[in-house]
Ligand binder design. Structure first.
Ligand code: BDP
Length: 716
């Protein structure tokens, strides 16, 4: 490492420490206020000895140095060798002396290449703490983990933390366009300043990498799935290379989206037919060109023959032909193809929820070894609640990766406080019954169910160039939580919320407990005021902002909310049971039975799977109409409770973030009422019934709600 680079890195890290709280995410490193805790840390950490000399090791060292200095309020000595006791020794396995290695040899057997060990050891009768891993990135993960222990005021007196990521590819999908607009982005423009790259390296890139590394995210797809072929031209690849160079020492690989028609658009070929030798060759050469610049390039993410994107079917070929052709191109360099299964066609009269399974399931076992099929968590599209996608557990011979949406396209944009790890956890815990009871989606995704080696999880990013990165201070928790669950899909959302609050705001339990509770409940609140009881996709059209259950004039039937709720005089809901589209049959028999039967179908999914009458009796004895109306009201009430909790938090945190969240919650409250009133007025036309006692009367008419138009809603 050159001296210049060293100084540069140092400046960058210290810079970010002085930036605003909003910007610092969960890496606040605030001075610890608890004296007893501070005392323990000061006694336990007398110096840092860094054994590595890579860029990554320097980052680890600087991160520790700045984190500890800020949290403890005094500088920690950096030592060139181990002297005295209570040193933090950081370095990868090969850099450790044999007497240190002796202490932890067996632990190395328990971690994978990205794993880490944080351990209190005794060395020549002196107590030391070692942070290690098989390589420097593992050490970096260990360092962030160690810092988190301090951020959350955990004891460090007898450490023995041994941890590895359970999923290999932990990636963010940026739906960022080359003009810096972000599809479904609600936090400003794209971070990637293509015009100034490659020469101008924005501080943001480094802080983005730090944030990701701190939760173990190890890949980033820079560009939108609705892809632009230009990203694959030398002019842009040079810029991609610059980003890859920034991210590499943080353990983050860069991926790009591949537009299937690129050989025509930028390659001058007449076709993009995957069976055409010239096409296959063009991709091989393109891969070679990319890997020459970026030797650790991750590979391509592809949206093909979906929502108008080009793909192999344009040439009478199928998804396997397309994916395998690209797989061959990147295979020599160790690249992967993440091929999306988000497909549905306007020419297919079949229930949209069934189409991806119908198309992809028969391909099981047909993809090349470096292809992983990327499946959204549910069969429709990132709704506030969806039953898990039936492809999970249905393709045992194919690596399947999870796609979650971290950006809140269908959940109130970045204005609504919705804690998404609750949603992620619900999906991951769902039982596919692929190999009998206990075959959870998490076990499909981490490969443990079928001993799959290529595993992955993607989160559609909610990050933009807003000062606070995500538009809503609490949307930072969704980025954080996605990363934590990508690392370990068995973590509990509540534990993650606890960690995040402590790192981001305060360790004061009078703050943590009510605010954690608010976060946990927020996900059910949004379901209640938007789409209770299994309703889905009734957002206004195109931009998906606000309610639009009345929309029925779009060219594609399955883009219309009326297609999804099917409300009429007789009742409401989409019959996907045996008597309807039989989508339930796409699940394992045990699951199929549960969903198919009205008695056993969870009420939270009722209208997803069944069309029932307005008088249908819910488990609590209410009629469907009353129960639904009360759910809408409950959602509104829950937002009010969230406001109450937040208002009491004022004294525990900084004024700026307090105020921001307070204003946002007020908008959320207004919009929750909008959702309730618009949906109930609309559905009331069919139910023909009065609102039950306890539901507030709307103050506007249905016509008014229908007249609202948002031509400039963001993200569209
Ligand atoms: C939908 C979005 C659209 C995306 C599409 C996808 O509305 O902007 O392009 O998903 O995932 O949710 O490809």
């Amino acid at each position: 490492m050159t001296l210049l680079r060293f100084v540069y890195l140092f400046l960058l890290i210290s810079f970010s420490a002085s930036a605003q709280k909003d910007y610092r995410l969960w890496l606040q490193y605030d001075k610890i206020t608890n004296l007893q805790v501070t005392q323990e840390y000061k006694m336990g950490i007398k110096g840092i000895v860094s054994l590595g000399n890579s860029e990554t090791s320097t980052i680890s060292l600087r991160e520790l140095e700045s984190g500890l200095t800020n949290m403890l309020g005094n500088k920690i000595e950096i030592k060139s060798k181990i002297e005295g006791e209570n040193n933090l020794i950081i370095g990868s396995q090969s850099s450790l002396s044999s007497d240190i290695q002796k202490n932890i040899l067996s632990d190395f057997k328990r971690i994978n290449n990205e794993g880490f060990i944080i351990k209190s050891i005794s060395l020549k009768n002196k107590k030391q703490i070692v942070i290690t891993g098989k390589n420097d990135v593992g050490v970096l993960y260990g360092v962030y983990n160690f810092l988190r222990l301090l951020q959350t005021n955990k004891s460090i007196s007898n450490l023995n933390v041994i941890d590895s990521p359970k999923i290999n590819l932990r990636v963010l999908n940026h739906w960022d366009n080359l003009d810096r607009t972000v599809e479904r982005g609600y936090a400003g423009f794209s971070l990637w300043n293509w015009q100034k790259l490659p020469d101008f390296i924005d501080q943001r890139y480094i802080d983005y990498a730090r944030a990701n590394a701190s939760v173990g995210i190890n890949g980033t797809v820079l560009t939108n799935v609705n892809a632009n072929a230009l990203i694959l031209t030398p002019q842009y690849l040079e810029k991609v290379e610059a980003l890859a160079n920034v991210f590499r020492p943080y353990g983050i690989k860069v991926y790009l989206t591949a537009r299937f028609s690129a050989p025509i658009e930028i390659g001058g070929l007449k076709t993009a037919d995957p069976k055409d030798a010239a096409v296959a060759n063009w991709w091989k050469e393109k891969a070679k060109e990319i890997y020459k610049r970026i030797p650790d390039f991750g590979g391509f993410l592809v949206k093909a023959n979906s929502e108008g994107q080009p793909g192999p079917q344009n040439y009478g070929r199928d998804h396997v032909d397309g994916a395998n052709m690209l797989a061959d191109a990147v295979a020599p360099f160790g690249g992967v193809i993440m091929w999306r299964a988000f497909v549905y066609s306007e020419h297919d009269a079949n229930d949209r929820a069934k189409q991806a399974y119908a198309e992809f399931q028969p391909y099981d076992g047909k993809f090349k070894a470096n292809v992983i099929v990327q499946v959204k968590n549910g069969a429709i599209d990132f709704q506030p609640r969806e039953p898990f996608h039936p492809l999970f557990g249905a393709m045992p011979k194919t690596p399947i990766m999870m796609e979650f949406q971290v950006t809140q396209e269908y959940l109130g944009f970045s204005t609504h406080l919705v804690y998404l790890p609750k949603l992620f956890q619900e999906v991951l815990e769902s039982d596919t019954y692929q190999k009998g009871k206990g075959s959870t989606v998490a076990k499909v995704v981490d490969g443990s169910l079928t001993n799959t080696k290529l595993t992955g999880i993607a989160g559609v990013s909610n990050i933009g160039n807003d000062l606070n990165w995500t538009g809503h201070p609490f949307a930072q928790a969704n980025w954080y939580g996605f990363g934590r669950l990508a690392w370990n899909p068995y973590l509990d959302a509540e534990v993650i919320a606890d960690e995040w609050l402590r790192c981001t705001f305060s360790n004061n339990k009078n703050f943590i407990n009510p605010i954690k509770n608010m976060m946990i409940k927020s996900r059910e609140a949004v379901i209640n005021y938007m789409t209770p009881l299994g309703l889905h996709h009734i957002m206004d059209t195109g931009h998906h902002y606000g309610p639009g259950p009345w929309v029925s004039d779009l060219s594609r039937p399955e883009w219309n909310p009326t297609y999804y709720h099917k409300a009429d005089k007789n009742g409401i809901g989409f019959d996907r049971s045996k008597t309807g589209t039989n989508a339930t049959a796409q699940y394992a028999t045990q699951v199929e039975k549960i969903f198919d039967n009205l008695e056993t179908c969870p009420e939270q999914d009722l209208l997803w799977f069944h069309h029932v009458s307005w008088d249908y009796k819910l488990k609590n004895g209410q009629t469907l109409w009353s129960g639904m109306a009360l759910k809408y009201q409950e959602g509104v009430n829950q937002v009010q409770e969230m406001q109450n909790s937040w208002n009491k938090a004022e004294k525990y945190i900084d004024a700026e973030r307090f105020k921001e969240v307070q204003m946002l919650l007020q908008i959320q409250y207004k919009e929750a009422k909008w959702w309730r009133d618009a949906c109930l007025l609309y559905f009331q036309q069919y139910s023909g019934k009065e609102l039950p006692v306890g539901v507030e009367k709307p103050t506007e008419t249905l016509e008014y709600f229908k007249s609202l138009k948002f031509p400039f809603a963001p993200g569209n």
